[in-house]
Every structure is written in C-alpha cells, then in structure tokens.
Design a protein around this ligand. Sequence first.
Ligand code: GLN
Length: 283
Amino acid sequence: MSHLFPALTTPIQSWLTMASELLPDSPSAKLDMEVLLCHVLQVNRTYLYTWPEKSLTEAQYSKLTGLLRERQQGHPVAHLTGVREFWSLPFKVSPTTLIPRPDTEVLIEWILDRYAEKSLLSVLDLGTGTGAIALALAYEKPQWSVVACDRVSEAVQLARENAEALGLQRVTVVESDWFSALGQASFDLIVSNPPYIPASDPHLSEGDVVFEPSSALVSGEDGLQDIRKIVSESRRHLAEQGCLIIEHGYDQAEAVQAIFTAQGFVKVASGKDYGSQDRFTFG
Ligand code: GLN
C-alpha cells in the first residue's frame, strides 16, 4: 500500500504522530518511525524528543520517504537500516540471516547468571547467524573462549564482521553444518537458537519473517528436526558437567525436554522469555 507523504517542512514530531497512518500494516509503526528517523538523521532517540520541531534536509527527506516506501512494502526495519541492537550492542544484519530477537536475550541472561562465578569457560554457539549470542557472551566475559559456527558462508562472513566491529576478533567463527566441521572439539556450554518453526505454520507467510531466510526459521513438519539433531550430536561435544541450552517455540518445551531426556541429559528444565512464554530448554 502506498501513501502520500507529508511535506518537506514537516517537523520530526509530526512524522512520529503520523507513524501509524504512514505505516498502517506495521505492528510497531511508532518505533519503526523512530528508528528510521534516527538512521536518516544520524542521531539517537533522545534527539527526536529534544528537538521535535526540527525538520529534515532535502536529502534526508528523500532518504526517509524512500525507506518508508520499502517499509510499506513489508521490508523489516533492520534490513532498511542494516543494523539491529541485541544485548545493547549494534549488529550488522542482512537478508541471509535471522534478525536477532529480544527474546533471545533471556538465554544470555540465564547463562551469565548460571556461570557468574566461572572465569574460564569454553562456549559454542551453533548456528550463530549475525553472531549475536556468541558476541554478546564474549563481550560480557572477556576470558571465556567462544566459538561460533554457521552452515551459511554469508552468515560466517557477517558474524566475523560483527566480531571485528565490536573488537571481539578473539571469537572464532567456523563454517560448519551444526557439528560437521568441529572434529572432536568439546565445550563446557553449547548454546543454540536453531530454526524451530513447523513448515506449515501460517505465521511464516505474514509480516517481517517473510523477508528472512526460511533456513533460519523452518525445521521440518514439526519444527523439531534440527533440535533433535543438535541434542543427539551435542553429547559427543560436551565436556563433563557440560550444559546444552536451546531456544525453541513457546509450545515446544515439553517436546524438547523429552528429546533431551531421551538422549540421556539430566537436570532438564525450561525457561521463559519476556512475555512469560516457555522459550528455552537446558540440560
Ligand atoms: N522466534 C522467531 C520467530 O518467531 C523464530 C526464531 C527461530 O526459528 N530460531 O520469528
């Protein structure tokens, strides 16, 4: 759907109040507008509310209206700006990987809490995408040894770029289809946000996910194909007392716990996301 845009002289404040009119199909129109204005003006969010009367230059106006047109066509805001914050760190994103989600931050919280006393730990992030999980952990724990892997070479490249931009080159990023290129390596902690959506899920044809790679989202008919594989192969790559933690859908905790238990994992339990929905399982 296309809309007429307000005039060049329109102040920042009015762009914000018109957000839902200009982006009627977005569930987060106001936030989208804030992020796009910040991107175009190269300012932070505080600026928008400190100088609400400011208007855009001609170049900024043409950039903003171009981006709004793309957003009206459904492109995710993160693809338009090229970045998404995760764990308050900026991650470069691309259409070849999943856009990091806030709910994945609960895994980081859980890990930092559980291993708060551990100064040394070897960690593997399976299917790292942008590098979000691996790099957030490495950022918080400079002494931990962190390896990240992804099957998609563009993702490996992107995760390396993000590692460099964040000054975290010590994180090793390997091209590997789950454990295939990791030899006999073993880790104290293996963490993964794998694809877990059932192929028939109707949400796959709605909203921002349409523009994300299905290889990062979909996992067989029941959504559990990759999780089954990761859980069974993890056993050979976990150190003694090692822990596997996997993100999954809100309605998959019971099934994922059963997979862990069937593979001999003990102390299996699940944790919740910011919306109080089951979001991850560990053992
Ligand atoms: N939580 C994501 C979504 O619902 C899916 C992420 C994933 O499959 N790993 O869009």
